[in-house]
Design a protein around this ligand. Structure first.
Ligand code: PLP
Length: 329
């Protein structure tokens, strides 16, 4: 299968917000958007998006993972950018209609259909830096994606960045393009300089997240991760892993922790990144102060493996959906 995010179904769902209301959504051929060059999004970054997956089970039907929760997160992102907030039922119908039309395009698990609702401010006004876009377009792309771990789950290496932030305090939990733009330079620099996979952003020592995934620690009894606040994205995979870990008897320890604490724990605790694309990926080493610090023995640990398998079993239809996370299409 082609590289993640480069292959698309030949249709997308689209709706415009004009004259103060959402118009009728359409499922149509995937084609370039017509945008005025003065569109608000092109100048003032009024954009947010979501990312989640649908799986095709052996019964031939698709299941969308945590649809309502992702829509709620998108509504929160839109509101924080003062964009028109998509109606939840309208957006759910757009996603479901798109998935229904393309069930046959969904490769079998562990592959899936990645869904990307995107909202952009389209008001043609380059004088609107300090006012909201009162016109917008919402569309949903569907992209068949392969197994992230084809070839094996190699533990990742992370640079610990203890000064710079991935985002700003007010937009950290908003899924908006500017945050990815902010993380790109530091991440590329770290890859070039240290050969790492990602940067773990820990401004002033506060361990937050990487450019596109949350960060968690595990031992046989406990899961440690930062409690929800406005500085980082509230990942659905993080939330799911915490729920499953609680079901399995782990203690859930949502607490702030520092780089010094993280490094002290890394001799005993497993570390992992969580996100829709890669589920739960083990972290094998950190780079900090120019030194490489292994996480335990550097290999993938059993607790990360156990929780990843538990989540994927639900997604792939191999275990009951006890939390009601799946929408059947
Ligand atoms: C910055 C950031 N953090 C965390 C995540 C993980 O979120 P989720 O588990 O909802 O995919 C993502 C997206 O995948 C992200 O872009």
């Amino acid at each position: 299968m082609s590289q993640f995010g480069t292959e698309f179904c030949d249709q997308f769902a689209i709706v415009r917000f004009e004259d103060g209301e959402w118009q009728a959504p359409a499922l149509q051929a995937l084609e370039p958007l017509q945008l005025h060059p003065a569109a608000h999004v092109l100048h003032y970054a009024s954009t947010c998006f979501e990312g989640f997956k649908a799986y095709r089970w052996s019964d031939g039907k698709a299941r969308i993972y945590r649809l309502e929760d992702h829509i709620a997160r998108m509504q929160k992102s839109a509101a924080s950018l003062r964009l028109p907030v998509p109606d939840a039922d309208m957006l759910a119908d757009m996603v479901i209609g798109l998935v229904r039309a393309h069930v046959a395009d969904i490769p079998a698990p562990p592959s899936s259909l990645y869904l990307r609702p995107t909202l952009i401010g389209t008001l043609a006004n380059i004088g609107a830096a300090a006012s909201p876009s009162t016109e917008a377009t919402l569309f949903v792309l569907a992209s068949p994606v392969g197994d992230y771990f084809a070839g094996g789950a190699r533990p990742l290496k992370l640079l610990i960045e203890d000064q710079r932030s991935r985002s700003t305090e007010q937009l950290g939990s908003t899924k908006t393009g500017g945050n990815y733009a902010a993380a790109l330079g530091p991440t590329l620099d770290a890859k070039a300089q240290y050969g790492v996979d990602q940067v773990l952003f820990c401004p002033n020592g506060d361990v937050q997240e990487t450019g596109a995934a949350n960060f968690l620690l595990f031992n046989d009894e406990e899961v440690i991760t930062k409690p929800l606040d406005s500085t980082f994205l509230h990942g659905m995979t993080r939330a799911s892993v915490l729920s499953l870990a609680a079901d399995l008897g782990y203690r859930i320890n949502e607490r702030e922790f520092t780089v010094d604490e993280l490094l002290a724990w890394s001799t005993d605790y497993e570390a992992a990144l969580s996100g829709t694309a890669a589920c739960l990926t083990p972290v094998g080493a950190f780079i900090y102060g120019g030194k490489e610090i292994p996480v335990r023995d550097g290999a993938a640990g059993p607790n990360v493996e156990k929780l990843r398998s538990a989540l994927q079993a639900i997604q792939y239809g191999d275990a009951p959906d006890t939390h009601g996370w799946l929408t059947e299409v």
